[in-house]
Design a protein around this ligand. Structure first.
Ligand code: NAD
Ligand code: ZN
Length: 389
């Protein structure tokens, strides 16, 4: 049993890296395979431990590493030995602020929702998975067949289970059980780390699909954080002819350029939205067809509105006053298909999209899920700003 750790300050780097870095390191050691053995063959006898070391957030600033019981999967569930879990901006936000919008940490909660792992036990009714399978985990599982579910928009269901969203536990732990239907088998050439990044990638896919990116689209992406970058990758993969991307930090734009952005625009604090919109138009030779807002910053949202031609405005944002909802529905099979042939590589760079366990630099993958509302709203459907102006 490891001594619980209490975060002394809000600085991310040391506390979380110490706690999470050690957990990931230990997971990695546990899953090591016999020398010379085929790497794809798990040593289940060796890896099943009695302890379930978990990263648990008790309240704002109080993050602990503690043991929890190894869960028993229900008939339609699988027990997973976790391998890779991204540290999302929302995990950091819950830790630092104890809440995101109306989701408040009122009881201890395991963090983590960008994850992959290996099946170690299957429920009696599970047919498509078996022990040893490597899977990516879709963190949102609908609890009921409500109106959203019936319309194929289960991600908007108000009662959805969602990893590491109060009160639901996440999977930054050694053993975790999940609905088998929301575990996706990884092809052999997709790594566990890539599997963990399918969640943020699916956000980019969902955004580009909803915004209607297609062959020849011109796209303006506000913000070159992890979400802006996955939107960029997906927009180019979907045939966007030109993409212009903004950020406050030139180094983030350098990464965006390496990933295929046609134009990069450094924004200075205080730049007027109309002025910025004009710069975007000048770069593209016309106003963009589509704008995808990936900063959540008010001035950037304003620029998005001014800049866009028709306009499709997709906005994601995060804050205490905002409605929050996961937006990853139905993008998973496509995300896996994109990774399988190494269509494009998710890279490990300054933007910290991923980090290998041994490097002890768990990623701030992205500020998870928030959604989209320049006006304050508790209504999830209304909170999805998808405006055709
Ligand atoms: N709906 C979902 O499922 C979902 C999932 C993930 C993230 N999100 C949201 O997407 C947004 C982006 O997430 P992220 O993880 O990439 O966040 P991030 O904070 O890492 O990146 C945001 C980027 O925007 C840049 N930026 C800030 N102000 C700017 C401005 N005025 N103009 C241009 N760039 C500016 C920052 O420098 C940063 O690089 C957040 O609002 C987050 O809540 C939504
Ligand atoms: Zn996330």
């Amino acid at each position: 049993m490891t001594k619980p750790k209490k975060a002394a300050s809000l600085s991310f780097s040391k506390e979380v890296r110490d706690v999470v870095g050690r957990l990931i390191w230990e997971c990695e050691e546990e899953q090591s395979v016999a020398p010379g053995s085929n790497n794809s063959v798990p040593r289940l006898d060796f890896v099943m431990a009695q302890e379930n070391l978990s990263v648990v957030l008790h309240s704002q600033g109080d993050l602990r590493l503690e043991n929890r019981p190894v869960p028993e999967p229900g008939p339609n569930e699988v027990l997973l030995q976790m391998h890779s879990v991204g540290i999302c901006g929302s995990d950091v936000h819950y830790w630092q602020h104890g809440r995101i919008g109306d989701f408040v940490v009122t009881k201890p909660m395991v963090l983590g929702h960008e994850a992959s792992g290996r099946v170690v036990k299957v429920g009696s009714a599970v047919k498509h998975l078996k022990a040893g399978d490597r899977v990516a985990i879709e963190p949102g599982v609908p609890r009921e067949m409500d109106e959203f579910f019936k319309n194929g928009r289960y991600n908007l269901s108000p009662t959805i289970f969602f990893c590491a969203t109060p009160p639901d536990d996440g999977n930054l732990c050694r053993y975790y059980k999940h609905s088998a239907n929301f575990c996706y088998k990884l092809p052999d050439n997709v790594t566990f780390e890539e599997g963990a990044l399918i969640e943020p990638l699916s956000v980019g896919i969902h955004a580009c699909r909803r915004a209607g990116v297609s062959l020849g689209s011109t796209v303006f992406i506000c913000g070159a954080g992890p979400i802006g970058l996955v939107c960029l990758l997906v927009a180019k993969a979907m045939g966007a002819s030109k993409v212009v991307i903004t950020d406050l930090f030139p180094e983030r734009l350098t990464v965006a350029k390496e990933l295929g952005a046609d134009f990069q625009l450094t924004v200075k604090r205080g730049d007027g939205p109309q002025q910025l919109a004009k710069s975007v138009e000048d770069l593209l030779g016309a106003q963009p067809h589509i704008t995808i807002e990936c900063t959540g910053v008010e001035s950037s949202i304003q620029s998005a509105i001014y800049a866009t031609r028709q306009a499709v405005w997709w906005c994601w944002c995060l804050g205490f006053e905002m409605a929050n909802v996961p937006l990853t529905a139905k993008a998973w099979p496509m995300a896996i298909a994109m990774l399988a042939p190494a269509w494009f590589a998710l890279r490990d760079d300054q933007s910290q999209l991923t980090a290998r366990p041994g490097e002890r630099s768990p990623a701030i993958a992205h500020m998870y899920m928030g959604v989209s509302c320049p006006v304050r709203s508790r209504n999830m459907a209304a909170g999805m700003v998808f405006m055709w102006i």
